[in-house]
Write a protein that binds this ligand. Structure first.
Ligand code: PLP
Length: 423
């Protein structure tokens, strides 16, 4: 029996409609920007393994660094103990994060990085003797699948079943030239009339919403108001970090730097689970006290796992190499060309780009939505041509590993044009 068939009997997969007739594709090996399934079929990974991979699969350098660490030790508790990979990684991340960042808190994934950020903000106020229970977030936000993450996220099909237990959050529209003054006023009113702990946002690109993009200048204006009212700002850079938007972090496009930054996905180059919540010194200082009750009581068994940290350090080495940025720039320029060529295609409702992310929203008879039925047809079209693209409803995107070559990018664009012209 093939592994794919056995899988259907035994395994429950995430975000997967259980009535779907399709078997899951069983990946046997991967190298660079290619996957190979158990039958030997090759697929170009056009979405960086669910947005996590940066430098390609089975990268020899990251492999060797991880193997080296495996020869030393695999795990230690991270309370009362520390290790060089975790300390070196903190130093390395702080070198690249905005200058206001000064401490690194480790966890396991993007959702926990957000969960930690929310708890940090809430306890920051609690430790100062103030009760500030309200968070502000953007409409259509996605911040992970834990209860805190779901609460600050948009209320939608992802969390309908849990809605009663999600805590109150005010969702404001994404800012643009037309509505920015109105949203500024809305924030000022909220800050005047409510006890607001923090404002959380995905800077520049809302990934799960369908790669929805907005401009840094408007986010800057909202952060500025938060700063004036001492509302903690939290950048969820779980998807946008590590070169995705064309700079090291999306926050690098901002004048006003967030107080807390969440990282995961690309952090380990797409190798191993790891989450980071970075914070400014003033947040940390509120937890430094003779009173033991002011301790931040949060931790995970695998906090700061040394193998994950080693993969992240190796990925940082590669991020600091010139050729990685040449790869990033090349993708950006190729995307730009494709976009300008197809900007007014009749099958397209919207085509947009931020850095290495190119998103296409197809015109369909249905609304733009995660459950839009165009999704299956899009997936099938690309799979048939050996390309792995996973749409968000009628929106699909190319978000490739930085090592992808010209020929493969052109091949993907041609297959996209085929899909557009068939409509
Ligand atoms: C993916 C994602 C998360 C959740 O990360 P997981 O590692 O999947 O838990 C949170 N925020 C954003 C912006 C994301 O894209």
């Amino acid at each position: 029996m093939s592994t794919s068939k056995k899988d259907k009997d035994l395994v429950w997969h995430p975000f997967t409609h259980l009535r779907s007739e399709n078997e899951n594709i069983c990946i046997d090996r991967a190298e660079g920007s290619y996957y190979y399934d158990e039958k030997g079929t090759r697929y170009i990974d056009a979405i960086s393994s669910w947005w996590v991979n940066l430098h390609g699969h089975s990268h020899p350098y990251i492999n060797s660094k991880v193997a080296e660490q495996l020869g030393k030790f695999e795990h230690t508790m991270f309370s009362g103990f520390t290790h060089k990979p975790a300390v070196d990684l903190a130093e390395r991340l702080l070198k690249h994060l905005p200058k206001n960042q000064s401490k690194i808190f480790y966890s396991d994934n993007g959702s926990t990085a957000v969960e930690v950020a929310l708890k940090m903000a809430l306890q920051y106020w609690d430790n100062k003797g103030e009760s500030k229970p309200l968070f502000i977030a953007f409409e259509n936000a996605y911040h992970g699948d834990t209860f805190g993450g779901m609460s600050v996220g948009e209320r939608n099909v992802f969390n309908n079943a849990f809605e009663q237990l999600l805590f109150d959050v005010v969702h404001v529209p994404l800012p643009n030239a037309d509505n920015i003054s109105e949203i500024e006023k809305q924030l000022q009113d909220l800050f005047k009339n409510h006890s607001v702990a923090g404002f959380i946002f995905e800077p520049l690109v809302q990934g799960a919403a369908g790669m929805v993009m907005y401009e840094a200048q408007y986010l800057d204006r909202l952060i500025s108001i938060c700063n004036k009212h001492k509302v903690i700002t939290i950048a969820d850079e779980v998807m946008t970090g590590f070169g995705r938007t064309g700079k090291f972090f999306a926050s690098d496009y901002l004048q006003n730097k967030p107080d807390i930054i969440c990282l995961s996905k690309g952090l380990t180059g797409g190798y191993l689970p790891l989450g980071v919540t970075g914070c400014a010194q003033f947040i940390y200082d509120a937890f430094v006290s003779d009173d033991k009750k002011k301790t931040f009581f949060h931790g995970h068994s695998y906090t700061g796992n040394p193998i994950s940290c080693t993969a992240a350090l190796a990925s940082m080495d590669l991020m600091e190499e010139k050729r990685t940025w040449i790869g990033i720039d090349r993708i950006i320029k190729k995307h730009e060309l494709f976009l300008s060529k197809n900007a007014s295609h009749k099958a397209i409702k919207s085509i947009r780009q931020t850095g290495t992310i190119l998103a296409i929203e197809l015109k369909t008879d249905e609304h733009t939505h995660y459950l839009n039925n165009a999704s299956e047809k899009i997936t099938e079209h690309f799979l048939k041509h050996g390309i792995l693209i996973r749409p968000l409803g009628n929106v699909f995107y190319v978000l490739p590993p930085y090592c992808i070559n010209f020929g493969d990018l052109d091949f993907i664009y041609t297959r996209i044009e085929e899909l557009l012209n068939s409509k």
